[in-house]
Design a protein around this ligand. Structure first.
Ligand code: NAP
Length: 395
């Protein structure tokens, strides 16, 4: 056990409250999140499981906020694989054996750290290892599971906890896909993506704009009215200061002439990189818009349909078909690479005006309202990312 004499502790001075209850959002069995998740709250913190010192250096993180990402839903449904064979153990749930706390990403402040730990109490951190169970008010973590953010206080002051919590996974996924697969600047400088109104799609547009890369963003009209659709197009175009061009994929799928016209218009500016969140017909469209020798990176399967690559695409166009998984990158990269990435993202937000996707904040005990809000989102012109405020009420 870590005893207080082996720890450096943050005084309550910079905390919002001096005493708080513990609470978490956890599940015993996998299934539909609205059926299996439970909000658990306790005023008694004394029975908190503490890590054994022999296992290395630890920090206790007071969670400030944690976003609800599609991967969190898939984990609760039991459909999300682990990026490694033997994933690191999750800090225990207070509900008891067999319970797992939901949530992978998060933003928090280190409250205590073991004596030899190089992270000082007070430091703002983002969670760098998925599966730790971030939907709770506090947890002990091995130091390698957190990434201190150099300009954390500036980020917290500028964005607030909830928005700060949402940039690292969304922005990290977008940044890696933009930087690691194709060299964009010297060539055509155009990227094409689908699900352009998703949160990752938003970040792709924002980050591409800082690199002078243009984005062709495909979106669905779906059940949106013409006014709602136009409002979405305006919002997505303006957020990128006009470097993103928004096109309805329904129009390209239903009208071969419209697709040919777009291909002709892009001409020698055909994108070297396609970023695919959906699979199915929409991914086929991306391949048709890709430049010869270009790369399509798949990071999501929202349509639940496979990615189909026609033989001529491979023989005559020599396209490369790749995948990206941020959880795997976070586990396999070096600590310095992870730290460089989060500090780069913080810098892009603070210095280059990168805007985070809009958010909607819910307290952990209002998780059913959050899910209801999520299901009603497709009718909205501009999507909002659900973020949980993990802080418990003041006592
Ligand atoms: N590989 C990774 O490391 C990684 C990292 C982050 C996210 N992801 C994945 O990336 C995807 C997007 O994540 P996000 O957080 O940005 O999502 P999000 O903000 O929840 O946005 C998803 C939106 O995409 C749109 N969409 C377009 N085509 C769709 C289709 N065929 N089926 C369903 N929705 C479609 C929908 O909006 P409309 O209804 O308005 O069309 C949907 O609401 C998810 O699949 C997620 O799991 C992967």
């Amino acid at each position: 056990m870590i005893s207080t004499r082996h720890c450096r502790t943050l005084t309550s001075r910079i905390l919002r409250v001096s005493h708080r209850t513990y609470h978490e959002l956890s599940f015993l069995q996998t299934g539909d999140p609205s059926e299996v998740l439970q909000h658990y709250s306790s005023e008694n913190q004394t029975h908190q499981e503490e890590p054994d010192q022999k296992e290395g250096d630890f920090v206790r993180v007071h969670m400030l906020a944690a976003p609800w990402n599609p991967a969190d839903m898939n984990v609760i449904q039991g459909k999300y694989p682990s990026p490694v064979k033997n994933p690191p153990a999750q800090p225990p749930s207070w509900q008891g054996p067999g319970w797992r706390v939901a949530g992978s990403e998060g933003w928090g402040r280190v409250m205590e750290s073991s004596t030899n730990c190089n992270i000082d109490p007070g430091t703002l951190v983002t969670l760098g290892q998925s599966g730790m169970g971030t939907f709770r008010s506090s947890l002990w973590l091995p130091t390698q599971a957190v990434i201190p953010v150099d300009r954390g206080e500036e980020l917290e002051d500028t964005l607030g906890s909830a928005m700060a919590s949402s940039i690292f996974q969304l922005g990290g996924t977008a940044l890696r896909m933009l930087q690691d697969f194709e060299s964009l600047g010297g060539h055509s400088g155009v990227v094409v993506q689908n699900a352009g109104n998703s949160a990752v799609g938003w970040m792709v547009s924002q980050l591409a704009a800082t690199q002078n890369v243009k984005v062709v963003s495909l979106v669905r009209r779906g059940s949106k009215t013409e006014d709602e659709y136009n409002e979405m197009v305006d919002a997505l175009t303006q957020q990128s200061t006009n470097t993103t061009r928004v096109i309805a994929q329904d129009d390209l799928l239903n009208d071969k002439g419209a697709l040919k016209a777009l291909q002709a218009e892009l001409g020698t500016q055909a994108p070297r990189l396609a970023i695919n969140a959906t699979g199915g017909d929409s991914a086929t469209l991306l391949l048709k818009l890709l430049a010869p020798g270009g790369t399509m990176v798949t990071y999501g399967g929202l349509s639940m349909q496979p990615v189909t690559v026609a033989t001529p695409m491979l023989i005559f166009k020599d396209v490369k078909v790749r995948g990206y998984w941020h959880s795997r990158w976070m586990l396999q990269s070096f600590p310095q690479q992870r730290k460089k990435m989060v500090d780069e993202l913080a810098g892009l937000v603070l210095d280059k005006g990168v805007q985070c996707p809009p958010i909607e904040i819910f307290s952990l005990d209002r998780f059913q309202d959050a899910f209801q809000f999520e299901t009603e989102q497709s009718a909205q012109a501009v999507r909002r990312k659900v973020v949980f405020d993990c802080q418990e009420e003041a006592q």
